[in-house]
Design a protein around this ligand. Structure first.
Ligand SMILES: C[S@@+](CC[C@H](N)C(=O)[O-])C[C@H]1O[C@@H](n2cnc3c(N)ncnc32)[C@H](O)[C@@H]1O
Length: 275
């Protein structure tokens, strides 16, 4: 029987001063509030750039999972998977379709509203062989809480808000020496262009216009391939491989000239070996 547990947990709003500086904490809270406000309309067609990024991200992860787990033998151990920042569950759905029969999946997101939308999507679509739990939980508490340590695969789609050393270290805390970490993010080459020419925001923010006319600007860290060894190294990780996928270029009527099509970067890493 498919097990979908949409559990809403209270997460402390103020975190320990030792873990984060005041400014970083404020920006994380702004980011969490932004996604909470966005959740109800996150999947809507009018957020067309997000739809295009999501298609690219899901295609990259689907092919990575198919290549890496086609011959996984779950007869003794199911694959233990932690999905971070699952949002409305579109990548969770890809995982259920590709590795659901061999894995136990725990999908977390800080936003209660995102978890609620994901619960509706996944309740309707789960296959009988899948084991899935949805939890409202921050990536910053992963690896430190009982029951959420030791996953074989830690995975996240478009998790640019927390692709920074502290969040990576938390994810590493949930891994053993043979685990894999697989994350996608918008590619920096595209994101820099988008933010400079269209959104007019800082390189580390993105921007969504909501239906009520307000604008939210969550944190968004993006990378080029050559940035990855240093980023991962600071968190005790080693790069295994990176892949990119770009959307087809479209000519925009009345647009401001040449468009850079959306592009997504997949990062696959493992714990670095001790020297
Ligand atoms: C760009 S969305 C990606 C959603 C989904 N993975 C996908 O591929 O469509 C980023 C998600 O990260 C979540 N998020 C932001 N900060 C978080 C945190 N500190 N801990 C856990 N999730 C967080 C947001 O609520 C949001 O659902």
């Amino acid at each position: 029987m498919a097990a979908v547990g949409a559990v809403s947990e209270q997460v402390p709003r103020a975190r320990s001063a030792s873990a984060q500086t005041g400014d970083a904490t404020d920006l994380r809270l702004v980011t969490e509030a932004a996604y909470e406000a966005l959740a109800a309309e996150y999947d809507a067609p009018e957020h067309s750039t997000t739809r295009r990024l999501e298609r690219l991200s899901n295609a990259l992860v689907r092919s990575w999972l198919e290549e890496n787990y086609a011959s996984y033998d779950a007869s003794t151990n199911r694959l233990r998977v932690l999905e971070v920042g699952c949002g409305t569950g579109s990548l969770t759905e890809v995982m259920v379709e590709t590795i659901g029969a061999i894995s136990t999946i725990v999908a977390i997101d800080q936003s209660a509203a995102m978890i609620a939308v994901a619960g509706k999507r996944l309740n309707a679509k789960l296959g009988k062989a899948s084991e899935l739990r949805l939890l409202q939980q921050s990536v910053y508490s992963v690896g430190k809480r009982h029951g959420l340590a030791m996953f074989d695969l830690v995975i996240g789609g478009l998790v640019d808000p927390f692709l920074e050393p502290e969040a990576l270290r938390c994810m590493v805390g949930a891994m053993h020496s043979g685990s894999r970490l697989v994350l996608t993010t918008p590619h920096r080459h595209w994101a820099d262009w988008e933010r400079r020419t269209r959104l007019h925001v800082a390189p580390t923010r993105t921007s969504f216009r909501l239906r009520d006319g307000s604008t939210v600007m969550p944190l968004s860290f993006t990378y080029l391939e050559e940035d990855l060894p240093a980023l991962l190294g600071h968190a005790g990780l080693a790069l295994h491989e990176s892949r990119t996928l770009s959307a087809p270029a479209v000519v925009e009527e009345g647009g401001a000239g040449l468009c850079v099509p959306p592009r997504v970067l997949l990062i696959a890493a493992a714990a670095a070996r001790a020297p």
